[in-house]
Design a protein around this ligand. Structure first.
Ligand code: PEP
Ligand code: MN
Length: 348
């Protein structure tokens, strides 16, 4: 950490800070300038760095406390020699192949799910998405089918040869959802539900951690650190759009998060252009842009009849639109040196 003292702050202030830093286990290197004093603190402190920063900020005469290394370690880029590859029952996320995860926002019925699953699998999806427990802004909107929905997902995955990703919303449900899911999805609203993060951290099932809709990259990576610090390092990050002042799109999809995460972490990152835009006609463009920008996968909502979807119909693409998108994605992936599964059947 670097501690910048206020202009004109008396030496005793810097001394008090140095004493506390030394108590915490830091070696302190002061620089006394004409106007300002700067303290460089290095070492392996007893107190968590974020806590230490908070504490030091409260000391008299302190202007600024800056980290020189990241406050997270397991998920930091420096902690691994190469990018992590998450193996989901044979499907590798984070390798050369860009993985398509597609399906309805929410499991609504057997026929809706099976029709969608068959189509997305044929189009090249390796992972089936679908919510059985849905976080809803309104308590009166559909909350998901629960266990019967999970059973349908598992069956659809088995039938069409895909792994399944589905959301878990509560610590009490982790065990139940884990029986059906190949990837546990942590939704944007739960990115800061630290108990839930720790609970999925105790499992050995891959976790997809969505970015909180108002979270900074550092907060997102610290949330991932909660999972990793409990022993589960099978983490996939998912950018799903953040809140901005722009209401035309439901969220503002932050594609710069892809190269930014590459600089900061070894974890793979996937883009969700469905929640990320809220508008079905924008989803294909943003999917192509995400692949061009180096995403490791896409999470896309597809519905056989989006105009009658129980949830997120406006942002769900039709099967036809999905089929038109897949061959274009394959080409963009090739152009940037990546691979993407070819549609299994001729699409016309
Ligand atoms: C979803 O994937 O349908 C969903 C609810 O995602 P988010 O948590 O990003 O809103
Ligand atoms: Mn949705």
């Amino acid at each position: 950490m670097i501690i910048v003292m206020k202009t004109g702050a008396p030496r005793e202030n810097a001394q008090a800070v140095s004493d506390r830093l030394a108590e915490l286990g830091y070696q302190v290197h002061p620089i006394f300038g004409v106007e300002k004093t700067i303290l460089g603190a290095v070492g392996d402190p007893s107190l968590d760095k974020v806590e230490a920063r908070e504490q030091i900020l409260g000391y008299e005469g302190v202007e600024e406390v800056v980290f020189i290394s990241k406050p997270f370690k397991f998920v930091a880029k420096e902690s691994k020699a190469a990018k992590s590859i998450i193996n989901v029952g044979g499907v590798e996320i984070g390798g050369n192949e860009v993985i398509m995860m597609a399906g309805p926002c929410t499991v609504e019925s057997e026929s809706q799910l099976m029709i969608t699953a068959e189509a997305v699998a044929k189009g090249g999806a390796k992972i089936l998405r679908g919510g059985a427990y849905k976080p809803s802004t309104s308590p009166y909107s559909f909350q998901g089918m629960g266990v019967p929905g999970l059973e349908l997902l598992k069956e659809a995955g088995r039938r069409y040869g895909m792994k399944v990703i589905t959301e878990v919303m509560h610590v009490r449900k982790v065990e139940e959802v884990a029986k059906y899911a190949d990837i546990l999805q942590i939704g944007t609203r739960n990115m800061q539900n630290y108990e839930l993060l720790q609970e999925v951290g105790t499992t050995r099932i891959p976790v997809m951690l969505k970015r909180g809709m108002t979270s900074k990259l550092e907060e997102w990576l610290l949330a991932a650190e909660y999972i990793a610090s409990k022993g589960n390092e099978q983490i996939i990050l998912c950018e799903r759009g953040i809140r901005t002042f722009e209401p035309y799109t439901r969220n503002t999809l932050d594609l710069a998060a892809i190269p930014a995460i590459r600089n900061l972490s070894h974890l793979p990152i996937v883009i969700d252009p469905s929640q990320g835009t809220g508008r079905r006609e924008i989803v294909p463009s943003m999917s192509l842009a995400a692949v061009a920008a180096g995403t490791d996968g896409l999470l896309i909502e597809v519905h056989p009849d989006p105009d009658h979807a129980l949830k997120d119909g406006a942002q769900s693409i039709t099967i036809e639109s999905y089929n038109a998108l897949m061959p274009k994605l394959v080409k963009v992936a090739e152009a940037v040196g990546r691979r993407m599964a070819e549609p299994a059947v001729a699409i016309g």
